[in-house]
Design a protein around this ligand. Structure first.
Ligand code: ACO
Length: 342
């Protein structure tokens, strides 16, 4: 049997505060009906003032470690996928490692925005297959509410905060594990969805020769830039690229749509998810949906959805999971996983 990365522990954490669409009606000119109809989102969780991304990551990490029945000190590597790091450096992964009270193994962050977890899973699975690591922790953690313009109704209704995590263990005994991944990107679309670098030195020059139709760069007094997006163009390209990449990852693994038991998609918009499900010929009962309660938590959305469906015992050993995501850049990707955890 080939060595593969098996998911042996899963965890998730959502901050306590819930912000509903009705709450948002008091902040911007929007309505619950508009948000639900266009996105499927009903509410989202918002990080507490005294929390940082690393605190959310820590909670999810602890839960995943406990679920795998291992200690932080047993890890060979720790990776955090995030687009909202605590600071420019050190990495959020280093901060989480310190908060776990361990040292002596490599840690790093992955910045692939909403595709961070899918990228991380592909990267770590490849490194484990090559024999570099036996046990690793991959976390997707975000505090998207900190980079939103709360006066912009076209973006502030879409995002939420949270963290999800998995423990991966290299095994050569059985059919399961990460079967394969496909990653892709096209940086020519970078100006359709962006936020300037979140440090005080960020300047409008950082985005270079923005075309006339690019959104104006918004930087607040602290130099923190808010998300700006051409929503309908992002939507159109996301649907096309996700439709392609799910086919490509199946081809890559020599499988077809009928073998997929669960689609675990990035949770940005229910209409994007439905389009990908149609492409795969999967009924909605085979799609993990959390966007209604979590909104778009960027790199945390796939592991949070995985955590929820795993804990509800919907995902069963031997089933095939297709994970996919699309995010700013644009960067996108997909992983196929045969579930081996009971
Ligand atoms: N409440 C009420 N009206 C709104 C709101 C709001 N929150 N936001 C925008 N509108 C208005 C607009 O001003 C516009 O009004 P107008 O016609 O008078 O000018 C109207 O609604 C339609 O706006 P559109 O942007 O064309 O609406 P659309 O149907 O495209 O839906 C949405 C917008 C939900 C953002 C959609 O384009 C989308 O989901 N895009 C994908 C973006 C995304 O998910 N990005 C996340 C990161 S990338 C990723 O994770 C995939």
């Amino acid at each position: 049997m080939p060595v593969r990365a098996h998911i042996t522990g899963v965890g998730g954490y959502l901050p306590e505060r819930v912000l509903t669409n009705r709450d948002l009606e008091r902040i911007v000119d929007t309505s619950d009906e508009w948000i639900v109809e266009r996105t499927g989102i009903r509410e989202r969780h918002i990080i507490a003032e005294d929390q940082r991304t690393s605190d959310l990551a820590l909670e999810a990490a602890r839960q995943a470690l406990a679920d795998a029945g291992i200690e932080a000190g047993d890890l060979d590597a720790l990776v955090v996928a995030t687009t909202t790091p605590d600071m420019v450096f050190p990495s959020t992964a280093a901060i989480v490692q310190a908060k776990l009270g361990v040292a002596g193994f490599p840690v790093w962050d992955i910045q692939a925005v909403c595709s961070g977890f899918v990228y991380g899973l592909a990267q770590l699975a490849g490194m484990m297959e090559a024999g570099m690591f036996r046990r690793v922790l991959l976390v997707g953690a975000e505090s998207m509410s900190r980079i939103l313009d709360w006066t912009d109704r076209s973006t502030c209704v879409l995002f939420g905060d949270g963290a999800g995590a998995v423990v991966l263990e290299a095994r050569d005994d059985g059919e399961g594990g990460v079967l394969g991944s496909v990653l892709d990107a096209d940086g020519s679309h970078r100006k359709l969805l962006m936020a300037a670098h979140p440090h005080p030195g960020a300047s409008p020059d950082a985005v270079g020769d923005a075309p006339d139709d690019a959104p104006d760069l918004q930087v607040d007094a602290a130099g923190v830039a808010a998300i700006e997006m051409k929503g309908n163009e992002v939507f159109r390209i996301a649907v096309t690229r996700l439709g392609e990449v799910v086919g490509r990852v199946l081809d890559h693994c020599g499988m077809d749509e009928s073998e997929v038991d669960w689609l675990i998609p990035h949770q940005a918009n229910i209409r994007i998810i439905q389009a990908t499900a149609r492409k795969l010929g999967l009924g909605m009962e085979r799609i993990a949906i959390t966007v209604d309660r979590h909104a778009n938590t960027s790199s945390a959305s796939v592991p949070l959805a995985l955590n929820e469906y795993y804990r509800a015992e919907r995902i069963r050993p031997g089933q095939v999971l297709l994970l996919e995501a699309f995010g700013a850049g644009f960067v996108w990707g997909a992983n196929l996983v045969r579930w081996s955890k009971s």
